[in-house]
Design a protein around this ligand. Structure first.
Ligand SMILES: [Zn+2]
Length: 291
């Protein structure tokens, strides 16, 4: 591993197709269950074969439906973070429901894995003004719900400038001390995300170029994929065609291409340990294993 140009985080937001906003707002439905689980399994095995690690931001309701699949991620040595309990958009919920999403998901994931859960990522990178207060209250140590993308009309972006890990006060001056932010990476200059839809539109060479440009600036790229991107999706009335574009085998090849790049693929936590000295991993749950 001596010929790497740096470290990178290829995180996975562990949600299934029927939990995506695109599916939930569609007029049609599918009877298929567990769409994405095969992709999750492929992802876990592919990283393990390469001795790569990662952070899995898990929708905690999946612990009840598919406990073995979630436990296998922890057993592979991957960091487990929270991606809420239900994958509802946080801005659609009132403050009490948001608090509950953060708290119960963390509790659920900790009791499954026996390890401290310190990281959080919001569904669709959608957060509210009280986000960092609620995170600190629920005992989290870092957030990864910021993407410093240019504004994409009707979608997201345009709100943040932060492109490298920092104390959360860099995003919100009133954020509690000790909380850190690990932003998802964008292409320098172009300021579009390096992964998600943009990886599927522009191809893995686009992503790999962005990774190298960031590494040259001393920034560890933070990428994200979804289990449902890694499987063939059933056609559902009302789901936009961009959701289907380059999913399945194409996306598996793209992930393999990214993993072939000369980076050490590591957990979000380990990047924060170096980039934001003094960030305070959650102390609630002290006495659990902190590995
Ligand atoms: Zn999500």
């Amino acid at each position: 591993m001596s010929d790497t140009v740096g470290r990178a985080v290829l995180s996975i937001d562990v949600e299934l197709f029927d939990q995506t906003p695109a599916y939930r707002s569609a007029s049609g439905t599918t009877d298929q269950q567990g769409i994405g689980l095969n992709g999750l399994e492929w992802f876990r095995e592919t990283l393990a074969e390469r001795d790569a690690s990662t952070t899995c931001f898990v929708v905690a309701s999946l612990v009840d439906r598919y406990p073995d699949h979630i436990e296998a991620l922890a057993d592979a040595g991957f960091e487990i973070g929270s991606h809420t309990s239900s994958h509802e958009l946080l801005s659609d919920l009132d403050a009490d429901r948001r608090r509950e999403e953060l708290q119960t998901s963390r509790d659920r994931l900790e009791s499954l894995t026996g390890r401290s859960v310190t990281g959080f990522r919001a569904p669709a990178f959608d957060i509210t003004d009280d986000h960092f207060d609620l995170l600190a209250e629920a005992g989290y140590g870092y957030d990864s719900s910021i993407v410093a993308s240019r504004a994409i009309p009707g979608w997201y972006g345009g709100e943040y400038e932060l492109e490298s890990p920092a104390p959360a006060t860099a995003v919100d001056p009133d954020a509690p001390a000790g909380l850190a932010e690990l932003p998802a990476s964008v292409m320098p200059g172009l300021r579009l995300p390096l992964t998600g839809t943009w990886l599927r539109f522009f191809g893995p060479r686009y992503t790999a170029l962005g990774m190298r440009l960031l590494a040259r600036r001393g920034i560890a790229p933070v990428l994200y994929v979804h289990p449902w991107e890694l499987v063939g999706l059933p056609r559902v009335e009302g789901v936009p065609s961009r959701v289907y574009y380059h999913t399945g085998e194409w996306m598996r090849d793209a992930v393999s291409y990214i993993l072939d790049q000369p980076f050490d693929f590591v957990t979000a936590r380990s990047v924060l340990d170096d980039a934001v000295p003094g960030w305070a991993p959650a102390t609630r749950g002290a006495g659990r294993r902190e590995d």
